[in-house]
Design a protein around this ligand. Structure first.
Ligand code: INI
Length: 154
């Protein structure tokens, strides 16, 4: 009993984490990947597996395959959707988010959503830098959720 998760448990030393990263807007997603890998390493996660996919729409099915195969405590999905560069911004961003949510609810494996949805490239670069990096945030959320679910499931 008691309160769980007030302070996030970010000890990743006992966790297996996979990263799925979209190649679309690769200049940005490489930065998200670097941020995620640095954060995982900082918290003790060893050698996260990295899977590249063409675009953000391919993140959910890849996460599903990994979650169904087992072996990972959490999966980090990374991508970048820029409004100015596509007429189907809403479709790509929304379907990627809905797909990832569906997979984590269907499988029970925590899958975090490090997909930037921005108006332009400058905003995307600002959110994938050394200080503010949404890939790092998604990696930390993955560790926290893996530990919390492990605690709940016993
Ligand atoms: N994929 C992205 O990750 N970001 C985008 O901004 C984007 N745009 O602009 O279209 C994008 N499209 C590709 C999509 O994710 C699929 O890879 C493609 O439709 C093939 O299924």
């Amino acid at each position: 009993m008691g309160e769980k998760g007030v302070t996030p448990d970010l000890d990743g030393s006992d966790l297996n984490v996979a990263i799925v990263v979209a190649r679309f807007n690769e200049d940005v997603t490489k930065r998200l990947l670097g941020g995620a890998q640095d954060a995982l390493k900082r918290h003790g996660v060893e050698d996260p597996d990295v899977y590249w996919v063409p675009g953000s729409l391919e993140l959910p099915v890849t996460a599903l395959a990994l979650a169904e195969k087992g072996g990972h405590d959490a999966i980090v999905c990374l991508g970048c959707v820029i409004r100015g560069e596509t007429f189907h911004f809403e479709v790509v961003a929304m379907q990627a988010a809905m797909g990832v949510m569906q997979v984590q609810l269907d499988t029970g494996v925590p899958i975090t959503f490090g997909v930037l949805t921005t108006d332009d490239k400058d905003q995307a670069l600002a959110r994938s830098g050394p200080k503010n990096n949404k890939g790092a945030d998604a990696a930390e959320a993955a560790i926290e959720m893996a530990n919390l679910l492990r605690e709940i499931q016993g």
